[in-house]
Design a protein around this ligand. Structure first.
Ligand code: PLP
Length: 490
């Protein structure tokens, strides 16, 4: 019984955690040897694991062996340098260490009193990051605003949508819910649609406004103004606008200043979703993409996407924290305490959906301190340079075309059909993506813009170097040659 793991024993923790760290370090050392996209079939794991949990303790080594043999084959390696799909979800040594400490302390910081350092560090670190992004002072904690770490951008947009909804219901009466209208472009992330569903905003009152290549898929202020005027004329109440800086499909940037002006003119809550591209705005040369943020009520970016902070860490700033609190606070007897009752502190439970919350600011603090602004800027710039390089490689091959302008580190491209036939071309690119991802050597994703099936190549993982981009291009080039050599899409 000597080897039996106790629920918590400092020496056992030391011994086993060292082994786990070795396991993870070896994983990173060998990460290029795995197929980037897991190649298992649905249900593969049920065949490999017992039907029920063990009655008696097992050995840690046996579990580690199972992870190696049974779990890792079912992992898609988001940290692989050959991962170019979706937007990235960064891991870093600093982010990992912060996450480890957070798991180690395992506090639940819903109110200030439940761990003062968790709340106070979050307030300070989000002020730091707001300053790096040169956000207007209204978003900092010293005035009426402030920042909060949400789990995801989906939660961020939900909480501000709820705050906006309730502000309008207080003004127009609770029976006006059916009249509230939300606006965004048809390139906005689906998280906004989900937030509307949860918030009770009628589907027919969600305006996902048309965009096309003439604005590079950015929302046109004229189209927004026209939609708002039409809704007002119909007796509806415009209440929420979400603009995106770096859309998911093609990193389009909505014109913040013009949209913000319209939002202000109509008293609409203006939210900015910069989930992926917000990170780039710490570089002076990319900061202009969020010019106009001063007109917004809320601003969100995912530090867990492209800012070296391990998942999850979505950073939301608001100008008027009381709007969030009015919407989301509860005050049950069992949570009452002197600091909260005296209004002396921030209680983040009132800025989010769940009660419980992790000590997530630790990892962001570690990232900021252990890398520093200059390194973080170099990190972003290097990815944008690699993406430019990839774009050049694609442009030099006449069988391919670039489909949307590259703004950050995403390249949207596709094979051109030899037959000038749209359906055939879409199928060809679909088949190319399948063929490339089935090699296991690289992983890309796709989107559809104006009916065109397009491949997305995003540079964003910390281990990616130029040689990986060159190797990825070779895979794409060779698979395209094979596919075109067969004369038709399968
Ligand atoms: N907004 C944009 C622009 C995104 O690209 C994404 C995801 O990629 C999201 C929101 C949703 O992010 P999350 O998974 O943090 O909810």
């Amino acid at each position: 019984m000597e080897n039996v793991l106790k629920p918590m024993d400092a020496e056992q923790l030391r011994e086993n955690a060292h082994k786990m760290v070795d396991f993870i370090a070896d994983y990173y050392k060998n990460i290029e040897s795995f197929p980037v996209l897991s190649q298992v079939q649905p249900g593969y794991l049920r065949k490999l694991l017992p039907d029920s949990a063990p009655n008696h303790p097992e050995q840690f080594e046996d579990v580690l062996n199972d992870i190696q043999a049974k779990i890792l084959p079912g992992v898609t390696h988001w940290q692989s340098p050959d991962y170019f799909a979706y937007f990235p979800s960064n891991s870093s040594t600093a982010g990992f260490l912060g996450e480890m400490l957070s798991a180690g302390l395992n506090i639940v910081g819903f109110s200030w009193v439940t761990s003062p350092a968790a709340t106070e560090l979050e307030v300070i670190v989000l002020d730091w990051l707001a300053k790096l992004l040169k956000l207007p002072e209204d978003f900092l904690s010293l005035g009426q605003g402030g920042g909060v770490i949400q789990g995801t951008a989906s939660e961020a947009v939900l909480v501000v949508l709820l705050a906006a909804r309730d502000k309008f219901l207080r003004r127009y009466g609770k029976n006006s819910l059916a009249k509230l209208v939300a606006y965004a472009s048809n390139q906005a992330h689906a998280s906004l649609q989900k937030a509307c569903q949860i918030a009770g905003i009628h589907a027919e009152n969600c305006r996902f406004l048309e965009t096309d290549s003439s604005t590079n898929y950015a929302l046109s202020p004229d189209i927004l103004q026209e939609a708002i005027s039409k809704d007002i004329a119909a007796g509806l109440i415009p209440f929420f606008l979400s603009a995106t800086v770096g859309t998911t499909s093609s990193t389009a940037v909505d014109p913040l200043f013009e949209l913000g002006k319209i939002a202000k003119g109509n008293n609409i809550w203006f939210h900015i979703d910069a989930a992926y591209a917000g990170s780039a705005c710490i570089c002076p040369e990319y900061r202009h993409y969020i010019d106009g943020v001063e007109t917004a009520d809320s601003f969100n970016m995912n530090a867990h996407k492209w800012f070296l902070t391990n998942f999850d860490c979505s950073v939301l700033w608001v100008k008027d924290r009381s709007a969030l609190i009015q919407s989301l606070s509860t005050n049950p007897e069992y949570l009452r305490n002197k600091a909260s009752q005296g209004n002396m502190v921030v209680d983040y439970k009132d800025w989010q959906i769940p009660l419980g919350r992790r000590f997530r600011s630790l990892k962001l603090w570690m990232v900021l301190r252990l890398y520093g602004l200059e390194n973080l800027q170099c990190y972003i710039r290097s990815h944008i340079e690699y993406a430019k390089h990839f774009e050049e490689l694609v442009s030099l091959d006449q069988r391919f075309e670039i489909v949307a302008p590259r703004t950050f580190s995403l390249v949207c491209f596709r094979l051109i059909s030899p037959h000038n036939d749209d359906d055939f071309c879409n199928k060809l690119n679909h088949d190319l993506l399948d063929a490339v991802n089935s090699t296991g050597k690289i992983f890309l994703s796709h989107t559809v813009l104006s009916g065109k099936y397009i491949l997305r190549f995003v540079v964003g993982t910390p281990l990616t170097e130029e040689r990986h981009v060159n190797a990825a291009w070779k895979v794409l080039h060779d698979e395209a040659t094979k596919l075109l050599g067969r004369g038709s899409a399968n």
